[in-house]
Design a protein around this ligand. Sequence first.
Ligand code: NAD
Ligand code: TDX
Length: 353
Amino acid sequence: MKKILITGGAGFIGSHVVRRFVNQYPDYHIYNLDALTYAGNLENLRDVEDAANYTFVKGDITDAVFLDELFANTDFYGVVHLAAESHVDRSISDPLAFVVTNVIGTVNLLNAARKAWKDDLANRGATNRLFYHVSTDEVYGELHDPNEFFLETTSYDPRSPYSASKASSDHFVRAYHNTYKMPVVISNCSNNYGPNHFPEKLIPLMIHNIMQKKPLPVYGKGENVRDWLYVEDHARAIDTIFHRGKVGETYNIGGHNEWKNLDLVLLLCKIMDDKLGREPGTAESLITYVTDRAGHDLRYAIDATRLKTELGWEPSLQFEEGLEKTVDWYLENQAWLDNVTSGNYKKYYEEMY
Ligand code: NAD
Ligand code: TDX
């Protein structure tokens, strides 16, 4: 049985990746390594927790000694690295936490793999092992020209502490490939949405606030543009790249689905009024324009042609369909939402808005 380490598997995207790998690959044993920060939640994985090919390991990627022991005791065939601090607003108030987890944590993981895989690395090309780093489109900076898209060759230009930390970790991953022959692959994905998304991010925050009839905080004028992808499509892309991506390469992943924030919030308002049996316009009346995010990137848009032409991946869901599925999930899982919005969330929310 091949042992695969997935980091950050209790988080939003990680939990969908863990579920997919556990269900699709009975010949793999999946180890989910997660520190269970505020963003990690084992409730996300209740349906796979008893699977014979799944093990949860509580641990912190900032702890190098722990990682070295883990890799010495378990012969991992592959690593899919998602553990990170992921919220741009939190990176603005506490940048160092992002350096520690996203940069130092990633280097610790690379070091642990390097030590454990040293015989394979000494023999370049003779390894089937893989270190897969999951990254973001935000490393490319922002776009102004509506005809421009991020390509795999676009120069890095990170503009928030979050994207600077992810760009740095991408650079370390490539440096380990070049210097130590670490077999790596990187993907840079656009904004995800779907079930289990923590309600500090735009879509689940708006869904939660519409349910509670609370103000809907739109930053600035709501003109910033994001390219949205359903999370299960991202998990399928990660599966595809893990198995068929070329070592040393980068793949962009995106939904080809750009929305201005305000238009997206208006669409959500319409869907939610409908589902909740409220008068049309009820949710929209909650929209409140608030101070813009510092250094707010104007537009992200991914060109995912390479992934389509080389590996045959395409998004499967239309946005309206994905958004309805997402809203339905939150309406059916209010206990999940109540649980993650109790305790520290209240304090975070009061400080933010
Ligand atoms: P998330 O915040 O929902 O989950 C992060 C997970 O990592 C949590 O389970 C948390 O407990 C864990 N974690 C955090 N610090 C840790 C540490 N020191 N040691 C071990 N575990 C730790 O994040 P997400 O939105 O699921 O993003 C996952 C990855 O995908 C990140 O690397 C992120 O940069 C990348 N990404 C996210 C998006 C997006 O739209 N959310 C888009 C592109 C790329
Ligand atoms: O309350 C809000 N109001 C608002 O107008 C929030 C939380 C956000 N916004 C805006 C800011 C952005 O333009 O909505 C847009 C989306 O914001 P987020 O959901 O915070 O996502 P973003 O900053 O685009 O980053 C996300 O996508 C790329 C993830 O959090 C990253 O982890 C990922 O790499």
